[in-house]
Structure formats: structure tokens, C-alpha cells
Design a binder for this molecule. Sequence first.
Ligand SMILES: Cc1cc2nc3c(=O)[nH]c(=O)nc-3n(C[C@H](O)[C@H](O)[C@H](O)COP(=O)(O)O)c2cc1C
Length: 280
Amino acid sequence: MKLSIPVMETIQKRHSVRTYENRPLLPQDREALLTCMKQIDNPFGVPVHEYIIDKELNAEGEKLGTYGVIKGASTFLGVSIPDTELAPLAAGYEFENLILFATHMGLGTVWLAATFNRDSFASAMEIPENELFPAISPVGYPAAKRSLTETLMRSTMKSASRKEWKELFSQNDFHTPLTKDMAGAYAQPLEMVRLAPSAKNAQPWRVRKTQNAYHFYADYKPGLSKGEEVIKQVDLGIALSHFHQTALELGLVGTFESLPQEDVKLPENLHYMISWRIGE
Ligand SMILES: Cc1cc2nc3c(=O)[nH]c(=O)nc-3n(C[C@H](O)[C@H](O)[C@H](O)COP(=O)(O)O)c2cc1C
């Protein structure tokens, strides 16, 4: 389903917000988020669950449970999924759609997969025992000025910058860079992939174009823990949301499919996720 917002404009506007005004979400803003949560879906056929909860502020106006990273927010969104193969991609896709919707409303958000107390949020949100709980996000009104913690985090992770096209996108094999000219109508969906947020701003998305398809891979060293692997796949799901929602906005037609990768030798760090097959 296409989000009913200007997708490319919203992707370019979005950035992480960790410092919020000290006031609760207006009831109408909360209602709009709830409506969006009920409507969003994903093209991978996975049941993804979203949550919204309010938590009391402590005396310093800081949220309990985010290790001092988030200031001022009292409402949090969350996402949970079954422990199945495409579920982390679906979680990234659907939760990013919710984040883009909130961004379009003028609200601040930030994906949190590490700097929050998972146990306390899992019990507050009543996440089912057998589900994975990859991430939450505060949601609220961005403060005029970033906290010192947030400013330092952004500079350490180089949050305002992204890898170049030639590091991310290739043609046929993994050695020929894909230029914007070669991507043609898909230059914009790919540029929106490039602007996606990712854990630690690692930008693990890699895309390979063949004649009829764009193939998506996650770039990470073998030997990650299960939890770390899930987050890499969530990063890919976020990129797929940007790619797909932009394609829908541009009227580009295709479908997500698992396609054989026998024609190419995969570098050791690349893990195949899914392909977008161009055409009806
Ligand atoms: C899956 C995921 C997990 C993240 N986890 C955290 C986190 O635990 N703590 C945090 O402060 N930021 C977290 N971030 C935010 C990223 O650091 C941020 O998106 C990145 O630095 C790019 O900055 P931008 O969102 O402003 O474009 C996460 C982002 C993603 C996509």
C-alpha cells in the first residue's frame, strides 16, 4: 500500500530526533498515528505488530529506559514480529512507513534498537513472549535545540552523511558501479535508499542491478549474534520501504520476489535478502 504522503519529500526531511519538547502528544496527533498503525502493511506477507504507549517523565524530564539518550519524550512506538525468515525485513518496512507518516505530521522520531531497556519496554507494551522485539521510537515535538549527548552522537556516527553511489550500487557483478544514468527511472528510488537511516549509520544496504531486477543484499561480517543479524535485516527493510514507496509514487511497476543468485559470486560479507522484479 502506498502511504498517503509525499514520500520523497518526507524522506529528505526526516532525521533522527533525540531531544523533545517537554509536553505530551496532542490527542488528535495520537489518533492520527493510531489510524496509520491500523492501515499500514508490508509486501512480504508478514504480520507485523505496532504499539504506542505513554510513560511518565522523571524529575529531570528525561525518559526512564533510554540510558539518557532521549530527552523530553513521553510517548513511544514499538514493533514486534514472529521469528520467521522475512519478518525483520517486514518490521523495517512497516515501522519505517509509520516513521515517515509521523515525520510528515511534523513529529520527531528516532529508531532505537540498542539504547533502550528492552525488558521494561517489552512489559509496558505487552510484547508476546514468542515475538521478536527489534526496536522502539519516541514520538513527540522536536525541541529547538539538540542536547549535548545528541550532538555528540550525531558527530561520532557522521549521521548527516551517507556513502556514495559507487559504494552501494552495482551492475551485473559487484565490480561495475551503477551510475544514475544506468539506473534511469530507478535513480530516485535508489537515491531514497541511500538516504535511509540505519543502526550506527552503518548503511549496510547493497543493490545489484541485472536486466530485469534489482537485488538487495545486507553487508555484514559473518559471525554476528542473532540479535545483530536481525537488526541488519531491519536496516534492509527500511531501505526497501524507501525504495518501494518511491517506486509507487513514481508509478514504477514490479514485485518483490526471492530470485536465484547462481549467476554471481557473492562476496563473503554480502547476504542476499530479496529482489525487485521489474514489470507486471
Ligand atoms: C535499526 C536502527 C537502530 C538504531 N538504534 C539506535 C539506538 O539504539 N540509539 C540511537 O541513539 N540511535 C539509533 N539509531 C539511529 C541512527 O543512529 C541514525 O538513524 C543514523 O545515525 C542516521 O542519522 P539520521 O537518522 O539523522 O539520518 C538507529 C537507527 C536504525 C535504523
